[in-house]
Design a protein around this ligand. Structure first.
Ligand SMILES: *Cc1c(COP(=O)(O)O)cnc(C)c1O
Length: 364
């Protein structure tokens, strides 16, 4: 049996430190905000290279609060058609209107060539998603945003530590939104998220919105949310953050082994664009017969998955089947992509085994 991710193996060496954090918190009873949240925010902002981080309840909340800080209800936001639904939910929850744009086949990011055609007088922002751990083309996206005076938000939920021209993603736009869902490259032991920004107004607005609209206790400036990052999760994240670079290196080593073991079988393997570092949140391969490969893997006890089985605009909540046909690249990806097991602890023997089963499926 080879799982898709192995959080138990990942946390085992950290257990004594994590348990210590829980005991300390039981002693202090500082369960909401406080020192652990503030210190995690400082450490994570420094790691990413933004001035501030504001810890929130999830990646979805990070996107929602960032958009509430940056747009007005009714504003249009350009969103990639191929991403996790939560990317678009952040826009919708903030009262914005997601306008879906097809992605590029090479890196699964917003296609800079398709952006111009999607702009209307109501367009206010663009959401760059660094999907699977590969950076979106920020030079092109930022140049486009400057031409049309748009705000830029990054969805970094799959790309903690990925670099574009040497700079970590999350530090390019007006806001960088992270998720600490347990299986992400940096995961909590529950839900969590953060908005990274170097804009003081965005920082203050997100701090207010996450905390029931108050800047000063009992003075509610806006109808805010209860979307604070849990103090216990912040404490756990402080234990895990120093391991992130090493974990990302191990993911890269696993990807290199996969590339070696799977080469020459007609599969399209992940590509890394120039000046980018990939952090392989997911290892996604492409082949016309992925359904057969998936079935063979499952019979062999090897987990795999399709990320994602439908373009976001084809989900019922955004119009369903009516949208099909409009996003040919995204639709093609849903038909021929398959994610193989990927996590820092994946061993070379496991990779060889996955590759052997994939080869046998292709030979059938
Ligand atoms: C996981 C994820 C989110 C949502 O994060 P949650 O913490 O689960 O709310 C948003 N966007 C992308 C691309 C994700 O992978």
């Amino acid at each position: 049996m080879i799982p898709f991710v192995d959080l138990t193996a990942h946390h085992r060496p950290l257990a004594p430190e994590l348990e210590k954090k829980l005991r300390e918190l039981l002693e202090s009873s500082q369960f909401i905000l406080g020192d652990e949240v503030a210190r995690f925010e400082e450490e994570f902002a420094q790691y990413i290279g933004s001035r501030w981080a504001v810890g929130v309840g999830s990646g979805t909340a990070a996107l929602q609060l960032a958009f509430e800080a940056l747009i007005e209800p009714g504003d249009e936001v350009l969103v990639p058609a191929h991403t996790y639904v939560a990317s678009a939910f952040g826009v919708s929850h903030a009262g914005g209107v997601p306008v879906f744009v097809d992605v590029r086949d090479s890196d699964y990011a917003l296609d800079p060539e398709r952006l111009e055609a999607a702009v209307t007088p109501r367009t206010r922002a663009v959401l760059a998603v660094h999907l699977y751990g590969h950076p979106a083309p920020m030079d092109e996206i930022q140049a486009f945003a400057r031409r049309h005076d748009l705000r830029v938000v990054e969805d970094c939920a799959q790309a903690h530590g990925a670099r574009y021209r040497g700079q970590r993603v999350g530090s390019f736009g007006d806001a960088g939104c992270f998720s600490f869902y347990p299986s992400k490259n940096l995961g909590a032991l529950g839900d969590g998220g953060a908005v990274l920004t170097s804009d003081e107004q965005v920082r203050d607005r997100v701090r207010e919105l996450r905390h029931l609209g108050q800047r000063v206790k009992n003075l509610h400036e806006s109808i805010g949310h209860n979307e604070r990052l849990d103090t216990l999760q912040a404490a756990f994240l402080r234990v895990k953050l120093p391991n992130l670079e090493r974990s990302n290196e191990l993911r890269n080593a696993a990807a290199a082994r996969y590339a070696h073991a799977l080469a020459g079988n007609g599969l399209r393997l992940p590509q890394v664009a120039r000046d980018c570092t990939h952090v392989y949140h997911l290892y996604v391969v492409r082949h016309p017969r992925v359904a057969a490969i998936a079935a063979t893997l499952e019979r062999a006890g090897i987990a795999c998955g399709v990320y994602y089985p439908q373009p976001v605009p084809c989900q019922p909540c955004y119009g369903g089947e009516g949208a099909s046909g409009a996003f040919p690249v995204s639709e093609q990806i849903t038909r021929d992509s398959l994610a193989l097991p990927m996590y820092p602890e994946l061993s070379s023997e496991q990779i060889e085994e996955v590759a052997r089963v994939v080869r046998s499926a292709l030979a059938e």
